[in-house]
Design a protein around this ligand. Sequence first.
Ligand code: SAM
Length: 270
Amino acid sequence: MNNITDKEFDLIRGYIKQEYGINLGDEKKSLVYSRLRNVLTDLNIDDFTQYYDYLINDKSGRASITFIDKMTTNHTYFMREVDHFYYFRDTVLPYLEKNIKDRDLRIWCAGCSSGEESCTLEILLDEYFSEKQGWNTELLATDVSTNVLKKASLGIYSKEQIKPLDDNWKNLYFEDVDDKNVKICKKIKSKITYRKFNLMENHFPFRKKFHVIFCRNVMIYFDNETRTKLINKFYDASAEGAYLFIGHSETLNNTDTEYKYVLPAVYRKL
Ligand SMILES: C[S@@+](CC[C@H](N)C(=O)[O-])C[C@H]1O[C@@H](n2cnc3c(N)ncnc32)[C@H](O)[C@@H]1O
């Protein structure tokens, strides 16, 4: 198979930016080649010009599914940036409990990857609300990659992956699958709604506003203009007083936003 030319790299990076907001610098040329090489081989396609034509003309939807599954970086793990979870449990949930009068709490985990972050949030919700009467809590977890959503919906993790969790959680919320793997329990999994959703959609189709949005380590792949547009869509989709959590290596400093800074990587709509 032919290597990727500069012109072909520009076509591919133009496509991923346009459709998914992901910004690929010049140094990502070899990454694009290595991630897509096998896709071209499977399709019996010799060069990236033909592949690009196939990608933009495919009507079945399969081409873009495989493309974005290969191109996204889905790295995640349990208790990543753990102070956010403690803040969520110790400050955000008590605030929401006091202030949401209709007891209808809605949280969105945007860019959830294989579900480690959403499972943790749902466990925290379960711990906090299970003894409290009359609460309806909704956790929506979305990603653009079909592959990771399948993993998240399956809810199977290795014992190695759940090592950072405390033993009480391991016993209460996970069941053994075999010697090496566990499964998140039904009670938690059935309460998380996993959906495919591209954050580049112009219109967010949610009827009700969110009280908390987690979108961590997703916007690192976007440029400033894309990030600003997304942040404003999050803002519009949020209730008054709502929280936004982003990744610790991210900031809203250069974005034109109404969000108010609370803590590193935590913002509010006030
Ligand atoms: C590095 S993972 C972060 C996972 C998790 N939030 C965490 O912090 O551990 C980034 C995720 O963002 C998703 N993503 C990238 N671009 C997206 C887009 N345009 N719409 C929705 N999800 C996107 C990727 O598929 C990937 O699973």
